[in-house]
Ligand binder design. Structure first.
Ligand code: DGP
Length: 218
């Protein structure tokens, strides 16, 4: 905030969430290109970030090359977001719009979906509290049948229909009224138009000066 009490212009934090194979990565990538073509400085981010030391442990776990307690892997996913928090804030403050493929909501949805005693949504949220809250959250909704038909389903640990059903139920339980729910059963170009409209609205608001909120803090 400036001395005059006005919130400074910044980049927008635009997030895509959803179960596996719902088209998030494609839409996130397309959005970055479209924003850049319109002169909006934008970067594609994704979680987990498998490039860091913690990310490499997560990658091993997801590819079933290692095992870990459910609580421990949950905290590692969260730590993988915390280790990039300062960079994320710097980028946003410098005017860069961050288009992010998954974040804390996936973190909670996937762990809660395991149904492990004690690891309910409330427990899952705790290590995420205080991270930057997205300015727009697009939740891509796709039927389980269509998701299973898409390429690559079944390669990683969580890619079973049973797990994905539970993940969708967790997302439903977490859904807040400011989310944009996108019907992902449509043609990618149609989805892209809707996504761009939502993202540009967030970019405009943040340019005009919008405070960066924190996750699950009122
Ligand atoms: P992706 O790289 O987007 O395909 O994600 C890899 C898998 O990890 C996918 O099945 C979703 C899951 N995942 C992503 N973030 C988290 C998280 O924070 N916690 C847990 N438990 N799973 C996650």
């Amino acid at each position: 905030m400036s001395a005059a009490g006005k919130v400074a212009a910044r980049g927008a934090f635009v997030l895509f969430e959803g179960a596996d194979r719902c088209g998030k990565s494609t839409q996130a990538m397309r959005l970055v290109h479209t924003l850049e073509a319109r002169g909006v400085e934008a970067e594609l981010w994704r979680y987990p970030d498998r490039a860091t030391a913690m990310g490499k442990m997560i990658d091993q776990y997801l590819r079933s090359k290692s095992e870990m307690e459910d609580g421990a892997i949950h905290l590692l996913f969260a730590a993988n977001r915390w280790e990039k928090k300062a960079l994320m804030e710097r980028k946003l403050a410098s005017g860069v719009t961050l288009v992010c493929d998954r974040y804390s909501y996936s973190g909670c949805a996937f762990t809660a979906a395991k149904g492990v005693d004690g690891l309910d949504l409330e427990w899952c949220r705790a290590p995420e509290v205080g991270l930057p809250r997205p300015d727009a959250l697009m939740y891509l909704e796709l039927s389980l049948e269509d998701a299973a038909k898409r390429g690559g389903f079944g390669e990683e640990r969580y890619e079973t229909t049973e797990m994905q059903r539970a993940v969708k139920a967790s997302f439903e339980a977490m859904r807040e009224d400011w989310w944009d729910v996108i019907d992902a059963n449509r043609e990618p170009d149609v989805i892209q138009d809707e996504v761009l409209r939502i993202a540009l609205s967030a970019v405009e608001k943040c340019r005009a000066g919008r405070e960066l909120k924190r996750l699950w803090q009122s």
